[in-house]
Design a protein around this ligand. Structure first.
Ligand code: NAP
Length: 288
């Protein structure tokens, strides 16, 4: 960004802070942002901004999140990889190997398996397209109705249960908001097909942990692939580490790509300087 003066906050005195109109942030201290009196908007380098939305709840600041096709592609790849892991029974064969057990199970066709996405935004839509290409039946759910090729789209709370009832593998790609916290609860999990699986690549608190554990213990859910947790890093004593039906990942399904993210932030800044138009901002009421 040769036309910009980019500095670290700590290097600015009060006069220089008054001259800042844009902050580019990852996990800022909210109080730091409050020391910039003329800030107009904050550009996060993350796709999920629930923390920023909560921290800046009492301000009028515009929040811009990262929308990066590269990130969507990375997430879609992760969704496909872990869907195939569940689809081809890899957790079960790993357990059998540990027990030196030679036992073949029926091979289910991808077209006989329904994978449903909670969230059909930038990441959910890219994942849906990849899952369809791999041969799965794909359903999706969002707040407002979507029309995506080859995806059976559902919208609003009225249509959630019907989708879950058809689902073998549920993939969570919702933002964390007051409406989505614990949306995957005992009732939602109970509505899934028997021996369904869950992939949570969104945020930990979207899933009710106690309900998840109970469903894994009874066998109603056969496996959960979890990349996100209520507390991260996942504490050493957490039950997920040792549960035989859980795969723990350390929040790696779709890391921000520094190169593409930097280029997107720079392009957003440049457009703003040339035209005065801010990139799309987070809807504070919706929370995402
Ligand atoms: P997005 O473009 O804002 O899409 C969010 C989707 O969720 C939209 O389809 C939205 O519906 C839907 N939604 C939101 N609230 C809903 C509700 N109450 N009921 C039903 N649907 C609802 O977000 P994104 O870029 O796809 O990212 C999704 C999340 O992924 C992020 O918020 C972040 O937490 C997570 N993430 C995780 C990683 C990782 O490495 N694990 C990496 C990046 C992002 P509408 O389409 O109707 O608005």
């Amino acid at each position: 960004m040769p036309d910009e003066h980019v500095v670290l906050l700590d290097e600015l005195d009060a006069t220089a802070r008054a001259g800042c109109d844009v902050a580019i942030v990852a996990n800022p201290q909210p109080d730091d942002l409050r020391t910039l009196p003329n800030l107009k908007w904050v550009h996060s380098v993350w796709a999920g901004v629930e923390r920023l939305v909560a921290d800046l709840g009492d301000t009028e600041l515009n929040i811009v999140r990262l929308i990066d096709p590269r990130l969507a592609e990375t997430m879609a790849e992760a969704v496909l990889a872990w869907t195939l892991y569940l689809h081809r029974d890899m957790p079960r064969y790993a357990r059998q190997q540990a027990a030196r057990q030679w036992l073949a199970h029926d091979c289910v066709r991808a077209e006989d398996r329904t994978v449903s996405l909670l969230g059909l935004g930038a990441l959910g839509a890219a994942a849906a397209a990849k899952l369809h290409t791999a041969g799965f039946q794909v359903c999706g759910w969002s707040r407002t109705r979507k029309a995506l090729p080859d995806v059976d789209c559902h919208a609003g709370s009225d249509e959630l249960m019907a989708m879950l009832a058809r689902t073998d593998i549920l993939v969570c790609l919702l933002p964390l908001t007051p409406q989505t916290r614990h949306i995957v609860d005992a009732q939602a999990i109970g509505a899934l097909r028997a021996q369904a699986s869950l992939i949570n690549f969104a945020r930990g608190p979207i899933v009710d942990d106690a309900a998840l554990r109970a469903a894994l213990d009874t066998g109603h859910l056969s496996h959960a692939v979890l990349d996100v947790f209520d507390r991260e890093p996942l504490p050493e004593e957490a039950w997920q580490w040792t549960h035989p039906s859980v795969t723990v990942l350390p929040h790696i399904s779709a890391p921000t790509d520094r190169r593409t993210a930097a280029a997107i932030v720079a392009a957003n800044m440049r457009r703003y300087r040339l035209s005065g138009v801010m990139p799309a901002t987070v809807d504070r009421e919706a929370g995402y």
